[in-house]
Design a protein around this ligand. Structure first.
Ligand code: NAG
Ligand code: NAG
Ligand code: NAG
Length: 213
């Protein structure tokens, strides 16, 4: 019988037996780890966190273009934004650290930054929507000639289109288990804000694209 040599325990047969044992242990470990992940997933059932710009108002919008084309144009504006952060999860709470919100003019990589605002750290319970009221001020923010012309055009047209970007460090908690820190980035675009005092009422909320890494 071919198996009888293994029972006899030659050195080669013993090595094969050890190898089999190691492979079996590895397979069992992987299966158990997979099972643990599956059970965790089924219990927590994570759902994505959603961010929305729920309201936006701009005040004191004014742009100065230096006469004669020398120097750079500067923008003054105060943006009042409401960012709604929705955590629909039953068992997952969150902690936000160093949340910053940026207002850029236009959209894309090249869009110049107009204003920035910091939001104090906060904890978000499970199944909760938190509304962050943010005020971002552009105080003599330098803008390139082309953007200045477009802003001037927007002012005449009565509405300005901006991109709102959010960055934060977040941490998830399930029961007593806390995750590592993640980098959360959200981009909300286009956020079109009317300049007339009554335009806030007709603002349509803008959903944000979210990336957590
Ligand atoms: C804009 O700023 C200029 C110069 O600072 C000022 O004369 C003008 O009244 C301002 N316009 C508005 C709408 O605030
Ligand atoms: C912007 O505000 C600064 C002071 O906060 C002021 O000196 C400047 O003239 C303002 N510019 C415009 C365009 O209103
Ligand atoms: C969400 O959580 C915050 C902070 O704990 C709380 O102030 C707020 O009322 C909660 N909102 C809802 C809709 O439960």
């Amino acid at each position: 019988m071919p198996g009888s040599r293994g029972v006899a325990g030659g050195p080669r047969a013993r090595r094969v037996a050890v190898l089999r044992c190691v492979v079996a242990a590895l397979v069992v470990t992987v299966l158990l780890a997979g099972l643990a992940v599956l059970v965790f997933w089924l219990v927590v059932r994570p759902k994505p966190i959603e961010y929305t710009v729920a309201s936006a108002v701009v005040r004191h919008f004014n742009i100065t273009v230096p006469p004669g084309g020398g120097g750079t144009a500067a923008l003054n504006a105060t943006f009042y934004l409401t960012l709604a952060a929705d955590n629909p999860n039953r068992r997952l709470s969150m902690r936000y650290e160093s949340l910053e919100l940026y207002v850029h003019y236009g959209s894309g990589e090249e869009a110049p930054q107009l204003a920035v605002a910091n939001v104090p750290d906060f904890r978000q319970p499970s199944r909760n929507e938190t509304r962050l009221e943010v005020r971002a001020v552009a105080r003599s923010a330098p803008v390139a000639d082309r953007a200045a012309q477009e802003l001037e055009h927007d002012r005449a047209a009565g509405e300005v289109g901006v991109e709102v970007r959010v960055r934060a460090r977040v941490c998830f908690k399930v029961g007593l288990v806390r995750s590592r820190h993640y980098d959360m980035r959200a981009v909300c675009s286009p956020v079109v804000i009317g300049l007339s005092p009554t335009s806030a009422r007709s603002f349509r909320s803008v959903p944000c694209d979210v990336a957590i890494s």
